[in-house]
Design a binder for this molecule. Structure first.
Ligand code: ARG
Length: 284
């Protein structure tokens, strides 16, 4: 087998790294308010289907060798299933969240308390609005931070200070891609050979230039991929769990040496989330 060239163009053998994830079952999931363009309160949600799809996602992670921790769902917090928004957990520390919309405010303390009680604290309670791993993505040495719809620019500085890491701010401009993880997938977070995929149209020009500079060999995806929330995928460095609707993306990933693993989360898409939204990485 050839050695990976690290520029993303000659795949070689991709290596999966076992992960520890935090998830929250959609036991109280519904669409009772609209805080992103995907949500439509007029179309009823099939709660049983949402739960079955979520179990499928969890089982897929476990089959791939990952450890899954589950946080109890709280009644009255229908979006709690989107665990990526619960925190940012890194070896340098854990940062809690503060939501833009009051409907989700109650989730913040539920996640922070769970992390504190499970040896992943002390969790920093933020001053500025940040929606966790939805907008804050670790790629090797880099911390990419989205703003424009949810997480405030001031929070980027706050997180940078708490974690002692440099942050690259990226401005999101399309309301359908309101969190960074709806526009960009971290394919490989190894500092030696970081790799990302992104849909350029979700970012302003300056941010597109910043991404181009940081990751000149990144995989760029098309509007069709982004529109099915294809970018909202979870990679372990080899397997990429993604929407079965993102077929072109799956082909591009295969060419790059990754193994696409489709999981249908159509019912959770009604809340505006895919595989990554349902998954918080515990990096400690
Ligand atoms: N309904 C949720 C919201 O609008 C969906 C969150 C999706 N999470 C994510 N990491 N993109 O806040």
């Amino acid at each position: 087998m050839s050695t990976p060239s690290h520029d993303g163009t000659h795949p070689g053998e991709r290596v999966a790294r076992p992960r520890r994830f935090l998830m929250c079952a959609p036991e109280h999931f519904t669409v009772s308010y609209e805080i992103n363009p995907w949500m439509d309160t007029a179309t009823p949600v099939d709660a049983g289907r949402a739960l079955a799809q979520w179990h499928q996602l969890r089982a897929t992670f476990e089959r791939l060798g990952h450890e899954v921790e589950v946080l109890p769902a709280v009644p009255g917090l229908p979006d709690m299933v989107y665990a990526a928004n619960g925190a940012l957990v890194t070896p340098q520390g854990s940062v809690g969240v503060r939501f833009t919309h009051p409907e989700r405010a109650g989730e913040a303390e539920a996640y922070a308390t769970w992390l504190d009680e499970h040896g992943l604290g002390p969790v920093h309670r933020p001053v500025h609005v940040n929606e966790g791993e939805g907008d804050l993505l670790v790629v090797g040495e880099h911390l990419l931070a989205g703003h424009g719809f949810r997480t405030e620019l001031a929070a980027h500085r706050e997180v940078a200070e708490v974690l002692g890491r440099a942050v690259t701010s990226l401005r999101l401009v399309d309301p359908r891609f309101y969190h960074l993880d709806t526009a960009l997938t971290v394919l490989d977070d190894d500092p030696e050979h970081p790799d990302v995929a992104y849909f350029p149209g979700a970012f302003d020009e300056e941010s597109q230039r910043a991404l181009q500079e940081l990751f000149p060999h990144a995989l760029r995806t098309d509007a069709a991929t982004a529109q099915v929330l294809g970018m909202n995928a979870v990679s372990d460095g080899r397997h990429v769990v993604l929407s079965p609707r993102a077929q072109r993306y799956a082909e591009q990933l295969t060419q790059r040496g990754y193994v696409p693993v489709p999981v249908d989360l159509s019912e959770l898409l009604r809340g505006g989330g895919g595989a990554k939204c349902c998954t918080l990485v515990l990096r400690r």
